[in-house]
Design a protein around this ligand. Structure first.
Ligand SMILES: Nc1ncnc2c1ncn2[C@@H]1O[C@H](COP(=O)(O)OP(=O)(O)OP(=O)(O)O)[C@@H](O)[C@H]1O
Ligand SMILES: [Mg+2]
Length: 288
């Protein structure tokens, strides 16, 4: 599969991040005044730079050499209390590597951590704070218990302004020679709801404004003949809920009941998540 442009254009330093001047200033100021960062909680809608920012903070703190002092966990898969006991707490207790006074642990998508595991985190955050700083990220701040949130400096990542997105898309479009017209770039920037990941994926998908129309005109057999790449692009090319509905209509019309389990599973996951398009791509790739 072709390289994902979202990864290729993921900023590596705080200065490369766009549209987040305030958030960058908060952290730089912290480092300047205190010589270190607090525990940080970065929250906001998808594709607005939270995970990227966390890595860039580690880069800023450790001057680019953070091996051994920076760890990442994805809390959507490591969400229970056992994981905290077995992996996170022992790691938090360890001293930083080399001369660094502390290490940084990223808990990505921390709003998925179960409430009892969150409660046990309170102690970890306090007891080892001299040698371990945590960065939590999440889409839904209200899913974290207040006693936990109060131990962090919370920084909001609102949806990005469409003009900032358009500028980024235009520059990627030029560097990559994608040849997408200016008007189309503008449409994508406005349609992505402030989600730059989604916007870049749409750009990579050829600037298809809305794939729902294309999908509606295809039979299940034709869909199954698309390449994985085309299926993924399709999933990212419009409103995920509408694309799902169109697929469901086809399954019903063609009585393709062998797909019903996969569709139900996808529907469930889509309702639970803001990353609807990810589950939709998985559905298209595996069941169609
Ligand atoms: N502020 C930004 N500046 C530059 N690139 C960005 C920014 N925000 C997002 N991106 C682009 O979008 C991609 C996804 O960003 P990132 O993973 O940081 O989003 P996120 O806020 O963590 O999303 P999620 O809530 O879905 O985890 C990045 O790899 C990068 O290409
Ligand atoms: Mg993220």
């Amino acid at each position: 599969m072709a390289e994902l442009l979202t990864e290729k254009y993921r900023p590596k330093t705080l200065d490369e991040i766009i549209g987040r001047d305030e958030q960058v200033a908060i952290v730089k100021d912290m480092i300047k005044k205190q010589g270190e960062v607090n525990h940080l909680f970065l929250y906001g809608p998808p594709g607005t730079g939270k995970t990227t920012f966390a890595k860039c903070v580690a880069n800023e703190v450790f001057g680019g050499k953070f091996r051994g002092n920076y760890y990442e966990f994805n809390a959507s898969s490591d969400r229970g209390i056992d994981k905290i006991r077995e992996q996170i707490t022992p790691l938090a207790k360890e001293r930083g590597f080399g001369t660094s006074p502390y290490k940084i642990i990223l808990m990505d998508e921390a709003d998925c951590i179960t409430p009892d595991a969150q409660a046990s985190f309170r102690r970890v955050l306090e007891e080892y704070s001299k040698i371990t700083r945590f960065i939590f990220t999440g889409n839904y701040p209200y899913k974290l218990i207040p006693a936990l949130i109060s131990r962090f400096t919370a920084i909001e990542f609102p949806a990005l302004d469409w003009r900032i997105i358009a500028k980024r898309l235009w520059s990627i479009n030029k560097t990559e020679n994608l040849g997408i017209e200016q008007d189309k770039v503008k449409v994508i920037a406005k349609k992505c709801n402030g989600d730059l990941r989604r916007a870049i994926n749409m750009l990579q998908g050829g600037g298809v404004e809305d794939g729902t129309e294309n999908l509606a005109n295809m039979s299940l057999d034709e869909i199954s003949k698309l390449s994985d790449n085309e299926k993924v692009n399709l999933a990212f090319s419009g409103e995920p809920d509408r694309i799902f509905d169109v697929l469901w209509e086809k399954v019903k019309a063609e009585q393709a009941w062998d797909k019903i389990d996969a569709m139900a599973n996808c529907n469930y996951k889509m309702n639970m998540s803001v990353h609807k398009d990810v589950f939709l791509s998985q559905l298209l790739k595996t069941a169609f």
